[in-house]
Structures are given as structure tokens and as C-alpha cells.
Design a protein around this ligand. Structure first.
Ligand code: FMN
Length: 209
């Protein structure tokens, strides 16, 4: 295997950067979702920062519907989250030292009414977490490929909470450790729809920006 030198790492990180747009924050442009993680553990101090960042996200009625189950390599929660993952995610996610699961309270605590924004706001908190992670030198990767009811059962998550997404967190590892197909994706540039397709002045008419 070719070795993962600081130079090849830098080349990979550069390949993953969104093209520069003046005024767009570097953490937003540079964040990406790797599948290869190194052995390096994540400190409790850094994990605390990630969840602090999540905590300060905006939410409807300041409900803060998000909850997170945190698994660290070797503990039971980690094993349960890993076990709920689809095999196509297990193959790489098992290299990450941290696996977490987001869940969202479905109803407002104050009046019991359905909170239409529970997953929306939990996603916003997760986005904060991912950006904070990137800024700390950590990398992260969200996953929907898992069995939510398996996770609910093994982690004893009450029905009042919707199952959100799994996330892998850790430090970047060597893409050469991945199976061929995943390695190719690891080494492909990131892509997005153009603004014209997502920002409208009236329905499907691109906003003039
Ligand atoms: C809710 C959600 C679910 C995802 N599920 C998976 C998954 O099951 N497996 C996987 O490898 N990547 C998964 N991804 C990662 C996306 O494919 C990735 O974020 C997207 O391709 C954009 O790439 P980037 O994050 O590197 O910019 C998921 C991302 C999100 C936000």
C-alpha cells in the first residue's frame, strides 16, 4: 500500500474543497464526509465542544428537540449503533472511534402538540456539530443506512422520539485501507447542484443573485 503521507493527505483535503467563493466560510467549503478514519481517539474535551455547538443551534420555539446517543469505541452504545448499521456502512464506519445517533422529540413539551420541525431542527444541530468538528480537525460522516427500529430497541429509545441519523466522528485515515469502490468515492471531488436549481424568486424561476 502507498503510505498516507502529510502530502497525500493534503492533496486529498484540497481535492475535496468546494471552489472558493469570496465570503463563504472555509469550514463550510472544506467540510466533507470521509469513510476512512485513523486509530486516533477523540478526546472528551473535543466531544464536549461538538455537542456544545449542537446545543446552540436554532430551533422552533427553542424546543431543542434533539437528543444524541454517544458511543465510543469499546463501549456498549458504540456496539449497538454499529450493529444497527447496514453492512455497506459497517465496512467503513467500524474504523471511526466515535459513533453517535441523533433522535428528535416529536411533540412540544409545553403543550403536547406535534412539532413539525423536530427533524429539521435536529438536522440543524447536527450541521453545527459537523462544522465544529471540522474546525477542530475532526472529520464526520452522517448515515441513514441503518435499521432505525433495531437502534430504537437496542438503545431503549422511547416512541416519543423519532430516530434521526447515525454519525461517524474521528480523524482522517488512509483511503487506501478502503475497499476499491469506496476508495474511488473517497478520492472524487464533491459536487453540488447550481444555485439556479435551488433558489427561486417564484417557483422554479431562478432568483437573480
Ligand atoms: C441524512 C444523511 C444520510 C446519509 N447516509 C449515508 C449512508 O448511509 N452512507 C454513506 O456512506 N453516506 C451517507 N451520507 C453522506 C452523504 O452521501 C454525503 O454527505 C453527500 O454525498 C455529500 O458529501 P459531503 O458530505 O462530503 O459534502 C448521508 C448524509 C446525510 C446528511
Amino acid at each position: 500500500l502507498p503510505t498516507f503521507t502529510p502530502e497525500t493527505r493534503q492533496a486529498l483535503e484540497t481535492l475535496k474543497e468546494a471552489p472558493p467563493v469570496p465570503g463563504v466560510l472555509d469550514v463550510i467549503r472544506h467540510r466533507w464526509s470521509p469513510r476512512a478514519y485513523s486509530d486516533r481517539e477523540v478526546s472528551s474535551a473535543d466531544l464536549k465542544k461538538l455537542f456544545e455547538a449542537a446545543r446552540w443551534a436554532a430551533s422552533s420555539n427553542n424546543e431543542q428537540p434533539w437528543r444524541f446517543l454517544l458511543g465510543r469505541r469499546g463501549d456498549e452504545t458504540y456496539a449497538k449503533i454499529l450493529n444497527a448499521l447496514a453492512e455497506f456502512n459497517q465496512v467503513w464506519a467500524k474504523t471511526a472511534p466515535v459513533l453517535a445517533l441523533s433522535v428528535a422529540r416529536k411533540a412540544f413539551v409545553s403543550n403536547g402538540r406535534a412539532n413539525r420541525f423536530h427533524l429539521h431542527d435536529t438536522g440543524a444541530a447536527t450541521a453545527n456539530l459537523f462544522l465544529e468538528a471540522f474546525a477542530l480537525g475532526l472529520r464526520s460522516h452522517a448515515m441513514g443506512g441503518f435499521d432505525p427500529e433495531k437502534a430504537r430497541a437496542s438503545l431503549a429509545i422511547p416512541q416519543e422520539y423519532e430516530i434521526g441519523a447515525v454519525m461517524a466522528i474521528g480523524y482522517l485515515g488512509d483511503p487506501n485501507t478502503l475497499p476499491d469502490q469506496l476508495r474511488q468515492r473517497e478520492e472524487s471531488p464533491r459536487e453540488r447542484k447550481p444555485l439556479e436549481e435551488i433558489v427561486f424568486s417564484s417557483w422554479e424561476t431562478p432568483a437573480q443573485l
